[in-house]
Ligand binder design. Structure first.
Ligand code: GLC
Length: 542
């Protein structure tokens, strides 16, 4: 309280674009950067988000669809050129949109010239750029670490007779961040994009860059299912030594230093992807003096059960653990998670969008969620994600399908005679930008109204958060307050009608309901919410 939060990444809303799936312009069925440029008006004027984050568009063999980078300072021909990137950036800036790029420091592609050189001989000058170790005397890998995508984390290299570490696919060898040359080079990569004018970076698996220097075995996990909700082999261990070594804090401070060198007039921002089962550990990456990452991504809303109590708990804990002066953030969907509408249903997805856009903290939206896009069924022949091939059922193709723009065949994503790289949703004729824009009660109309409210009411963008206890168990009710302004948000997580009864007799005016059919004065001592309804209500000035 009393603190001013007015930087672009604090007041703004971030929109994630998965470039392969946003807009194809060159007829290969894969989205590209000129496609993003052609949709900037949509983002800046129709939707009116504040920043876009682009998943990787760098040269890549696409073993993990761009998260296996073979050149950090160029654009893959599938997506365009550096020239088309610059045009997109300029176009975004001309419209007041900030641009965040993905930075993948933990691993490169096995086709990156650094790795090719590293694996060429034990004496290679780049040998220490990656993590190489001898086999144990019995020939087995150096320790018990596992790959996120299934199987062990070590790959045997016949030519040089050692194992290399890959926390993800074997095509994604881990870089050795304990080597100062690697660190320096990766900082230069950051500068390359910052010098071009990007406003921020999303750091891929940020906390994994520093591991136990002794490479000790991870201990067994006594409660694998409790940790993750999955029976995956990956969770048979506590991931104690293969990530989050305390030295990562120094690495983050140095990365922050690189960003801060760009000054305060146009502050650059870093948001880090991390998976920590202990939420306090996640919050520690803000830094003791707020000198590490501007924001560690907060995925707690994705993993929590979708009930009013569990969600309130996530928010209350978030509020409690973000250090003083730090700024929270929330995420409800991304390219690694099943779509919001598939996880919680189409009606609750609207409640979810209302929550995301009215909490205290930066929201990151996933492309298509503004339409209520859902997972698309993927047949065996259509599978692209290598994770699905390794561990069936865990693939991420369903949430990466093409953006639905209009009612034309291929939903306006690519030309009519082109085969899109992933299938288009069967109901795209109803769920698309062109149709929904015209429908007063559509999900895009709701999203636009919420974005508009957030802009018009500073209490929603930067105000304090206070949970209200007077609701029934299946409702989450909170107040956002800033100076004289107050908004009450009341969300019904159930499919039954509910009545919220604020103890204080007060009246308010509904600014938006998820059903988009009422703008009216209400008595807050008996506020009726219809099934799956959420309302944002302006409450009298104090
Ligand atoms: C992150 C990305 C994911 C990718 C993985 C390996 O979790 O979000 O898509 O597969 O890192 O880079």
């Amino acid at each position: 309280m009393g603190q001013e939060f007015s930087l672009w990444w604090q007041t703004g809303v971030i929109y994630q674009i998965y470039p392969r799936s946003f807009q194809d312009t060159n007829g290969d069925g894969i989205g590209d950067i000129p496609g993003i440029t052609s949709r900037l008006d949509y983002l800046a004027d129709t939707l009116r988000v504040d920043a876009i984050w682009l998943s990787p568009f760098y040269p890549s063999p696409m073993a993990d669809f761009g998260y296996d980078v073979s050149n950090y300072v160029d654009v893959d021909p599938v997506f365009g050129t550096l020239g088309s990137f610059d045009e997109m950036l300029q176009g975004a800036h001309d419209r007041g949109l900030k641009v965040i790029v993905d930075w993948v420091p933990n691993h490169s592609s096995d086709q990156h010239p650094w790795f090719l050189e590293s694996r060429s001989s034990r004496d290679s000058l780049k040998r220490e750029w990656y993590v190489w170790r001898d086999a144990k005397p019995d020939g087995s890998p150096p320790n018990n670490w596992l790959s996120w995508f299934g199987g062990g984390a070590w790959e045997w290299d016949e030519t040089t007779g050692q194992y290399y570490l890959h926390s993800f696919l074997k095509e994604q060898p881990d870089l050795n961040w304990r080597n100062p040359e690697v660190k320096r080079t990766m900082h230069d990569v950051l500068r390359f994009w910052l010098d071009r004018g990007v406003d921020g970076v999303r750091i891929d698996v940020a906390n994994m860059i520093l591991k136990d220097p002794e490479l000790r075995d991870n201990p067994p996990n006594p409660e694998p299912a409790a940790t993750s909700g999955h029976a995956r082999a990956y969770w048979s261990q506590v991931h104690l030594y293969d990530k989050s070594h305390p030295d990562v804090h120094d690495a983050f401070r140095e990365i922050r230093g690189v960003l801060d060198d760009y000054g305060t007039s146009a502050p650059r921002m870093a948001v880090g992807e991390m998976f920590e089962s202990d939420r306090r550990a996640s919050a520690s990456y803000y830094g003791n003096n707020l000198d590490e990452l501007h924001m560690p991504f907060n995925f707690a809303l994705i993993s929590a059960p979708w009930t009013a109590q569990a969600v309130r708990n996530v928010v209350d804990i978030t509020e409690a653990i973000v250090p003083a002066g730090g700024w929270p953030n929330y995420v409800l969907g991304n390219h690694d998670q099943h779509r919001l509408a598939s996880r919680i249903g189409a009606e609750q997805a609207r409640v979810g969008m209302t929550l995301l856009l009215t909490l205290r903290g930066t929201p990151t939206m996933y492309y298509g969620d503004e339409l209520g896009m859902h997972d698309v069924p993927i047949t065996l022949e259509q599978v692209h994600d290598p994770w699905e091939l390794n561990e069936p059922g865990l693939g991420r193709d369903a949430e990466r399908t093409p953006m639905q723009w209009n009612t034309q065949p291929n939903a306006g994503f690519c030309a009519l005679d082109v085969q899109p790289w992933l299938p288009i949703a069967g109901d795209y004729r109803e769920i698309n930008v062109a149709v929904e824009r015209e429908e007063q009660s559509s999900t895009i109309s709701l999203t636009r109204s919420l974005l508009e409210l957030r802009r018009a009411h500073p209490c929603l963008a930067v105000g304090s958060y206070r949970p209200v206890d007077d609701g029934p168990e299946s409702c989450f009710v909170y107040l956002r307050e800033h100076e004289q302004h107050r908004c009450l948000v009341a969300l019904n997580f159930s499919a039954e009608s509910q009545t919220v009864a604020l103890q204080k007799r007060e009246r308010g005016s509904i600014l938006v309901s998820t059903h988009l059919d009422r703008v009216e004065e209400v008595d807050l001592s008996r506020l009726h919410l219809r099934p799956n309804e959420g309302c944002v209500i302006e409450v009298g000035r104090r």
